[in-house]
Design a protein around this ligand. Structure first.
Ligand code: ATP
Ligand code: MG
Length: 305
């Protein structure tokens, strides 16, 4: 049976009476990539901060390898690598200097950290930047450096809070590749992301959160298969076309409308094509349902404060 690395039960965090995290339960298995998805303000970063002992829990239970943050914060911090949501590199220092300071913070002696830095800087393809000041790095290079820095002390758990936000597709794919390698080397990963494609590609299990609670949990591909029809047709509604037309006597499908967009779900691609022909729909898109469709179905397409 797989080892449980992190276990949360009724985990809660409140700030001045406001519940940022409101009684969540989850279990993370060893060598898994476990995702936390949710709209802005859902409580993802707050959950991460409780796990890496930056923020004390308000209520409930949290265990990391049978250790609690209250009693064993120093030990827990020593086995977790953290990639925070915001890069917190020292802009006055070079890449190498940033890494040495961090390595010393973890108590690594030079005979350990020097080869480790060399190995990781080449793993993250930043070799040529060793002596560059941080301000001369691009956003993607900084992000790769923060991931590299989190790996210096060889952590068993890696927390990645939006590791690829704002990066171009090439860098994002490079980081995904590196994270897959880390996972297969046995590192347990906790990932928050707003890129549903990223979650589909990397996560073995995930939770979808909103307003401090977990709405749904499971394997991303199974969740999509269980909760959505296989295909979706996207339409733009206009004066000639209204969603009600698709709602009548069509047991093989269901429809969702958001503003001027209409989404018709069905397990039969042929049925959607025939419907498109019948209504003479030219500007339609028929595609497989995705985790993004499920996310939006659960959390709504509008913004909530
Ligand atoms: N230090 C704090 N003091 C007061 N409220 C806070 C604090 N940190 C977070 N919050 C509140 O807790 C809620 C959850 O915030 P959190 O940062 O965990 O969200 P998130 O899911 O990570 O969102 P995002 O996707 O925007 O990063 C928000 O309503 C936020 O305003
Ligand atoms: Mg966050």
């Amino acid at each position: 049976m797989a080892q449980i690395v992190i276990k949360a039960k009724n985990l809660s965090k409140s700030y001045n009476g406001f519940n940022s995290v409101n009684g969540i339960d989850f279990e993370v298995e060893s060598s898994q990539c476990f995702g936390f998805l949710g709209p802005n303000g859902a409580g993802k970063t707050t959950t991460m901060k409780m796990i890496y002992c930056l923020s004390p829990i308000t209520e409930g239970e949290l265990k990391i390898y049978d250790m609690t943050p209250e009693k064993c914060a120093a030990k827990i911090k020593s086995i977790i690598g953290v990639v925070p949501q915001d890069n917190n590199l020292d802009p006055q220092l070079t890449v190498g200097e940033n890494l040495v300071i961090y390595a010393r913070f973890f108590g690594l002696p030079p005979n350990l950290y020097k080869p480790r830095i060399k190995e990781l800087i080449s793993f993250m393809e930043l070799d040529k930047k060793m002596d560059s000041p941080i301000r001369e790095l691009s956003g993607g290079m900084k992000r790769r450096l923060v991931i590299l820095r989190a790996l210096l002390h060889n952590p068993r758990i890696l927390i990645l809070d939006e590791p690829t936000t704002g990066l171009d597709p090439q860098v994002r794919h490079l980081i995904w590749e590196k994270l897959r390698e880390l996972k297969s080397s046995g590192v347990t990963m906790l990932l928050t992301t707003h890129y549903l494609e990223e979650a589909s590609q990397l996560c073995d299990q995930l939770v979808i959160m909103d307003k401090g609670r977990i709405l749904m949990a499971g394997n991303p591909h199974k969740l999509v298969a269980e909760h959505l029809s296989k295909y979706v047709m996207e339409l733009s509604l206009n004066g000639n076309l209204c969603a009600d037309q698709f709602r009548f006597d069509r047991p093989k499908c269901y429809t969702e409308v958001y503003g001027s967009r209409c989404y018709v779900y069905s397990d039969s691609e042929q049925f959607l094509s025939l419907t498109a022909e019948e209504f003479n729909l030219e500007s339609k898109l028929i595609r497989n349902s995705t985790l993004e469709d499920l996310f939006l179905k659960l959390t709504g397409r509008g913004l909530s404060q």
